[in-house]
Design a protein around this ligand. Sequence first.
Ligand SMILES: C[S@@+](CC[C@H](N)C(=O)[O-])C[C@H]1O[C@@H](n2cnc3c(N)ncnc32)[C@H](O)[C@@H]1O
Length: 200
Amino acid sequence: MAKNSYEKADFWTLKAKKEGYPARSVYKLEEIDRKFGIIKPGQRVLDIGAAPGSWSLWILKKQAGRGFLSAVDLSPLKIPVNEENMFFVQGDLYDPAVHSQLAQRGPYHTVVSDAAPATSGNRSLDTDRSEAIVEAVLDYAAQLLLPGGNFVCKLFIGGGQRELLDRMKGLFTTARAFKPEACRQESFETFLIGLGRKPE
Ligand SMILES: C[S@@+](CC[C@H](N)C(=O)[O-])C[C@H]1O[C@@H](n2cnc3c(N)ncnc32)[C@H](O)[C@@H]1O
């Protein structure tokens, strides 16, 4: 019998707990990586909207002790930070001082973002805020990604997806949206994927 979305949500949450990840969202990144091969050992990666830290922890494992991870969030991480291979700044991705600290540690092979605005219940407001975050994360990618680099960013689906993908087509060889299985059925999120940062 097919599981309903609540049973499925419990499945991912329990799996995350069992495997030592602070959030179920890790399986969305795992699925994206399985499909698009975005994270490789030895890479420098930027994780925007990283707390509590499941994506960061998964990336660190995939980097296999090589490479470097920079991360930012308004909230603290719930994973250990080893300064040898990771930098975390607690702050606002829109803050120029935060941008400068992350830029100093670049450039990056991959920029990922699961950042999401606190939901207000007003779908149009929430999607506008999510689109603004994607624009800001694309600014980071435009400035800090190495040629050939990849990009993943969560988007609450509203009216702006086509415009964002059009901007991405200027930056990447491939630009598309992808909704992982691990997303809750009822969620209105998708992920924008950019592969192969074009040289400036
Ligand atoms: C869904 S959570 C990310 C979960 C994370 N990928 C993980 O696997 O643990 C979304 C995060 O985006 C962060 N966020 C939202 N707006 C932000 C902003 N302006 N600057 C930095 N972080 C932001 C939130 O604080 C929240 O922790």
